[in-house]
Design a protein around this ligand. Sequence first.
Ligand SMILES: [Zn+2]
Length: 173
Amino acid sequence: MGLGNEQIVAYWVEHEIDLAVDWSEAHERCWRCGYKAGLAKCHIVPAALGGTDSADNLVLLCGRCHREAPSHQDPQYLWRWLRATCVSSHDTYWTLRGWEEFEVIFGRKPLECFKEAEIDHRALNAECRALAADEFARTVTHFGEGRLNPSTIACVIAEVEKKLADRHGIALP
Ligand SMILES: [Zn+2]
């Protein structure tokens, strides 16, 4: 049997002290995005390039971050990537990535056309959250996996924006 998450955390608590995730939660939160998720034991040096299954070659990442992590024989790259991209604010990282992806896909920032409108912005935020919850529920069911990638989150934002625009009689660009 391989190592448990707690054993991997116990090893790095002694060796690696400047990650964003709190060590008390590092067995259940991704070391990169901070989300509570099923964590993969990610090889720092890939097994195919000679990396071992011992704690000094493993970090804990969620599935999405694991797929984005560098797979290189030199372990410094994994650490550089992890330190450069890890976030301390929990549970917002992938929403922000979806926000950025929206800009890439649609060539503008989401919800910008609402800035000029005469709408109570606190009420708008609440509406936005309620609509997003509905949209996420539909998408999760559709994709089955329960974890959305940034481009899917961008689609959810687009759907929410469309519905808000309809409700408030605002024309989208
Ligand atoms: Zn993650």
